[in-house]
Design a protein around this ligand. Structure first.
Ligand SMILES: NC(=O)c1ccc[n+]([C@@H]2O[C@H](COP(=O)([O-])OP(=O)(O)OC[C@H]3O[C@@H](n4cnc5c(N)ncnc54)[C@H](OP(=O)(O)O)[C@@H]3O)[C@@H](O)[C@H]2O)c1
Length: 218
């Protein structure tokens, strides 16, 4: 399977790329800093350098053409203020939807966010803006003619993953290691029958493959 990851050098992106390469998939993706080329080459990936903000949908379409599925895992990560959150998590996703359509690809998977994330702690205008933009991206994707899939992980940690998760249509809010998000995404990539589903993800006790199989209608 040929997979393109927008945000491939990110913490989730690289973990997903490693797992897909190990499964024998052909992996490409978009990264923006030249120095990330080496880290990607170290895991056997020749990815595409480019800035999601500066490139056009047509340029992105050229980069992703021929892929079976595209995963959007890019994000401003709070850097550059609300404008960059809008530009990357929001407009970047709009551009990716257009590019996927132009390239004639059916499947687009969005790494989104838990709707009530961090609500029990003190929140901020910056975070509320992030949640609004993520929601906008979800709405645009669901409204598209694509075989979309949305994964909403809880708060991401760098803890070592267990490979075991809790994945469902609605869950209590919690944390999840990026390793386990990547593990789950790798399974979703290989489960086209999860299309047109929104799933929430936190740490749990079910092996990721088993958890995803529950929602694979293929
Ligand atoms: N943090 C949380 O608790 C949480 C919870 C739920 C969902 N999420 C979402 O999960 C996703 C993955 O998170 P993560 O931890 O992997 O984040 P990350 O490590 O910050 O990865 C995001 C990637 O997007 C890339 N990116 C940003 N702007 C770009 C641009 N203009 N052009 C090309 N690439 C660009 C970044 O590039 P650089 O490496 O150059 O910065 C980075 O590699 C994000 O969408 C995030 O919003 C996060």
């Amino acid at each position: 399977m040929k997979v393109f990851i927008v945000g491939i050098a990110g913490k989730v992106g690289i973990r997903l790329a490693e797992r897909l390469v190990a499964r024998g998939d052909e992996v490409d993706g978009l990264y923006r800093r030249p120095q990330q080329k080496e880290a990607l080459a170290a895991v056997g990936i020749q990815a595409t350098e480019g800035d999601l903000v500066k490139m056009s949908a047509a340029e992105l379409a050229e980069a992703i053409r021929g892929s079976d599925v595209v995963v959007f895992s890019a994000g401003a990560g709070g850097e550059g203020g609300p404008e960059m959150t809008t530009a990357i998590d929001g407009d970047g996703m709009t551009k990716t939807i257009e590019a996927v359509q132009q390239a004639g690809i059916a499947r687009l998977i969005l790494v989104s966010a838990f709707p009530n994330a961090l609500r029990e702690r003190e929140t901020s205008d910056r975070f509320e803006h992030y949640m609004t933009v993520k929601r906008r991206s979800e709405v645009e994707l669901v409204d598209s003619d694509l075989d979309w899939m949305i994964l909403r992980p809880g708060t991401l940690t760098d803890d070592t993953g267990s490979g075991r998760v809790s994945l469902s249509l609605a869950l209590p809010y919690g944390d999840v290691p990026r390793d386990d998000v990547a593990e789950t995404l790798a399974e979703i990539v290989h489960a086209p029958g999860t299309a047109r589903t929104i799933l929430e993800l936190i740490s749990g006790s079910v092996p990721a493959a088993e958890a995803v199989a529950t929602f694979d209608r293929a």
